[in-house]
Design a protein around this ligand. Structure first.
Ligand code: ADP
Length: 176
């Protein structure tokens, strides 16, 4: 019986571990960095109890960004998107936690700042460019749209050893 209970506890721990180790790639785009929004964006993920496991400021090359956005390579806005993303430093991050990919997208808000709801990063910070014919591009922050793309993006932007394994002190208070 004792062995069975121990086994169950182990299973429970394993499950909890799987639930909390999903990772997503979040990047403050060049406009977000220039506008001093790294701090507020980090806060929103910290406030929801997500764990920061990697972070760096880097100016990505066009080649790097062409790989990052390869699924969009046929879009008319692709060259402009790559030029914009390469125009200055971006703050690349990996965040970890249960359902962090989906929740991260919710925290970010809709792609088009005209449609992103107040309370989301884009809905609160993305400026609607009234003098510009397109509104979508400068939307402050990137977030992976699926678990698979998150894995690809994390591997593109970070080396395995750049991802920190750590247990935040708050962990025991936020997880029952
Ligand atoms: P998301 O970043 O929300 O996942 P997409 O993957 O569709 O959105 O597009 C990637 C990025 O390309 C957007 O965040 C935005 O910066 C840019 N973008 C998307 N659609 C357009 C568009 N119609 N015109 C200009 N830029 C766009």
């Amino acid at each position: 019986d004792r062995a069975r209970i121990k086994h169950n506890i182990e299973l429970h721990k394993q499950k909890q571990n799987e639930m909390t180790t999903e990772q997503t790639f979040i990047a403050v785009k060049p406009d977000g960095v220039q506008r001093g929004l790294i701090g507020p964006i980090i806060s929103r993920f910290e406030n929801r109890g997500f764990k920061l496991v990697a972070i760096k400021l880097m100016t990505a090359s066009k080649e790097h960004l062409e790989k990052h956005y390869e699924d969009l390579s046929s879009k008319p806005f692709f060259p402009g998107l790559v030029t914009y993303m390469a125009s200055g430093p971006v703050c690349a991050m990996v965040w970890e936690g249960r359902d962090v990919v989906k929740t991260g997208r919710a925290i970010l808000g809709a792609t088009n700042p005209l449609q992103s709801a107040p309370g989301t990063i884009r809905g609160d910070f993305a400026i609607i460019l009234i003098w510009h014919e397109q509104d979508v591009g400068r939307n402050v922050c990137h977030g992976s749209d699926a678990v698979d793309s998150a894995k690809k993006e994390i591997a593109l932007w970070f080396k395995e050893e750049e991802l920190q394994k750590w247990k935040p002190a708050q962990f025991d208070w936020v997880y029952e």
